[in-house]
Structure formats: structure tokens, C-alpha cells
Write a new protein. Structure first.
Length: 152
């Protein structure tokens, strides 16, 4: 598993080595439990963005859930200041339960597929909505993300 994760990280670093930082992203993840996320958007070229993010989910009881997404977007400009994009990427999903001081949990690699849209309010501020299916063995989920991009 460590070799797969290391290979994934090296591959993503190679692809994004020449990418330009476009924005900082803050979002809320709406699913069975609410989550918040923070990430960046890197422009690989004029059509492709790479959007890694860390997401923390608020759960009940002694359950801890977080995910790291590494998604690619292919942008279609459909109107002035408005674009839509398919989403494809990888997810590193972790959940654990703390019971009487003993933590048991798992970290699994998964796939993200979905679509999203973005509206640019100004040169430095945009809003976005993503619908994503996250396929992770034992933890599949579909959810919406609503957020803002703060440009540089």
C-alpha cells in the first residue's frame, strides 16, 4: 500500500510540476455527515486544473473521518464567467473509531468521479458546486460540495 501511495504522489507531482497556483479553495461537503474542506486549484494548462483538497467530516460519537482528494477538472467555458467540468481523481480515505482508548481504523485508496460548475464573481472570487461519487471499498458515497475560490 505504501508503494502505491508513493507512486501516486510522485505521479501527481510530475504532472503538476509546471502548474500555476490559481486559487485557494474553501468548501462545505454535504452528505450523510457534514464536512469542511480546504485546498488549492493549480492550472496545468488552459483547460485542465488539478485540485487537491483535505476534507474533515463531523461525525457522531467516537468516529473520525477524513479524506484527501487529488482531482482533475477539464474546463468547458459555457458562458461568460461560467464553466462546467467533469471530475476524475483519486481519494485517500481514512476512518477510525476510538473505543476505551484503543483506536481501530483503516485508510483506503479510492476513485473520485463527478462533475461541477464554477461562476466567477470577479477576477479574485468564484463560487463552485461539485457533485462527486467517491468509490472507496467499504465506504462509497455520493455528495455535494459548495465552496468559494479565492484567486491570486
Amino acid at each position: 500500500m505504501k508503494k502505491i501511495i508513493l507512486s501516486m504522489i510522485l505521479g501527481i507531482m510530475t504532472i503538476t510540476a509546471s502548474a500555476q497556483l490559481k486559487s485557494f479553495d474553501i468548501k462545505g461537503d454535504l452528505r450523510g455527515d457534514f464536512g469542511i474542506g480546504a485546498g488549492v486549484t493549480l492550472g496545468v494548462n488552459d483547460k485542465i486544473d488539478f485540485a487537491p483538497a483535505f476534507n474533515w467530516f463531523f461525525t457522531e460519537g467516537n468516529l473520525t473521518v477524513w479524506a484527501i482528494d487529488a482531482d482533475f477538472h477539464y474546463n468547458f467555458d459555457v458562458a461568460q464567467d461560467f464553466k462546467v467540468y467533469p471530475i476524475a481523481g483519486l481519494a485517500l480515505y481514512h476512518w477510525s473509531v476510538s473505543n476505551e482508548g484503543v483506536n481501530t481504523g483503516k485508510t483506503k485508496l479510492g476513485v473520485n468521479l463527478g462533475c461541477g460548475c464554477q461562476y466567477d464573481f470577479s477576477d479574485n472570487l468564484a463560487g463552485f458546486v461539485d457533485l462527486k461519487y467517491q468509490w472507496v471499498d467499504g465506504a462509497d458515497d455520493t455528495y455535494f460540495s459548495l465552496g468559494v475560490k479565492i484567486g491570486l
